[in-house]
Design a binder for this molecule. Structure first.
Ligand code: PLP
Length: 359
């Protein structure tokens, strides 16, 4: 019950153990087609360029930045936690300028500040933000931020590593252009895969590039030859075949449950956890309107030893919860209820374990 990776279900682990076949085997190619359709469902998009990058969430992040930015470009980057900072690194390593919009850790991105930054920097071609900040358990208003970017003709790069499958995420309706996620959070798949999706406008921008993407592996024009829509797929890299079996199984399970039901389950278990924590006298660190149901930021009471409690939970209850990060280190815990781990019995286990550890 930490900030991810979350528990992987036995069904997904069994899929992982299936015999390894070639990455261009007709059976594998048909599994790739299925994965694409299932990812389009999860992301709520019709984007043709939707695929799993064969590397962790940070590679999905990098794929979005290196393909949409060239040296000399300007991007507005929102930071209200750890991962906005990583976005800034990406922008600068592309030779572009990052205009930072800073908000406090534990608060959502402020649309008014973003509006001002877009007005003050009309040359900005990209607006980048994190939908669900894992470092603080905070959601930002993605629909409003996408709308602002559209009004200023900037493309949106959106981090959905922790949001995909756990809270409402509507790529097409909101108009996000380059969106990346991770396999290890609310999808509850093994870590190491990053689903991404690019809008037709983003694809146009990629195809119009005059400056070569500096990463060979993440150059979407090359990746498209293997993962793109055509039936003639060509070797680009050796896909992690077994991890793709696991991703496929995970996405089939999401479709079977139904996206809306999965989101409702995350919400229900979050409410139960919060009710229990508050009954124990603990308080939540994030304003109710912006709390992530899949990652609960809890204030550590005065005088309680953060590390000692977490060690006790792990030793006596086999239960991992996350420490706070950055300015929130030592002041908060991060309790995950992600994907397969978002279950009633985990809520009860966690409340019982914390009650014992704190008294
Ligand atoms: N973005 C967010 C919001 C994350 O939570 C994480 C990982 O926790 C990442 C990006 C990076 O993903 P990965 O660790 O899979 O590279």
């Amino acid at each position: 019950m930490g900030p991810g990776p979350s528990d992987v279900s036995p069904r997904v682990l069994a899929a992982l153990a299936r015999p390894t076949i070639g990455h261009l085997d007709p059976l594998f190619v048909s599994l790739m087609d299925d994965i694409k359709l299932l990812l389009q469902y999860a992301f709520q998009t019709k984007n043709e360029l939707t695929l799993p990058v064969s590397a962790p969430g940070s590679a999905g992040m990098e794929a979005c930045f290196v393909n949409l930015l060239s040296p000399g470009d300007t991007a507005i980057v929102c930071q209200n936690g750890v991962f906005g900072g990583r976005m800034r690194e990406n922008v600068e390593r592309c030779g572009a300028t990052a205009i930072m919009v800073e908000d406090e850790w534990g608060s959502p991105v402020d649309p008014e500040k973003v509006q001002k930054a877009l007005r003050d920097h009309p040359q900005a071609s990209v607006l980048a933000f994190v939908h669900a900040e894992t470092s603080t358990g905070t959601r930002s208003d993605a629909a409003t931020l996408c709308k602002l970017a559209k009004e200023h003709d900037a493309l949106v790069i959106m981090d959905t590593v922790t949001s995909l499958g756990g809270i409402e995420l509507k790529v097409d309706e909101w108009g996000a252009d380059a969106v990346y996620s991770g396999s290890q959070k609310c999808l509850s798949c093994v870590p190491g895969i990053s689903p991404v999706t690019f809008s037709p406008k983003a694809v146009e921008r990629i195809q119009a590039r005059t400056h070569k993407v500096q990463s060979w592996f993440l150059d979407m024009q090359l990746v498209m030859g293997y993962w793109g829509g055509s039936s003639k797929r060509a070797y680009h890299h050796t896909a992690p075949v077994n991890a793709m079996y696991a991703l496929h199984e995970t996405l089939v399970m999401l479709e079977e449950e139904g996206l809306e039901n999965a989101i409702a389950r995350h919400h229900r278990n979050h409410l139960a956890l919060v009710a229990g924590l508050e009954a124990m006298g603990l308080s939540m660190a994030v304003d109710e309107a912006w709390r992530l149901p899949q990652l609960n930021l809890v204030c550590i009471p005065e005088g309680v030893d953060d590390a000692a409690v977490r060690t006790r939970l792990l030793r006596d209850f086999d239960l991992e919860i996350g420490a706070g990060l950055g300015a929130l280190a030592g002041k908060t815990w991060r309790i995950g209820l992600m994907g397969h781990a978002s279950r009633e019995r985990n809520v009860i286990l966690c409340l019982n374990a914390l009650e014992t550890a704190l008294h």
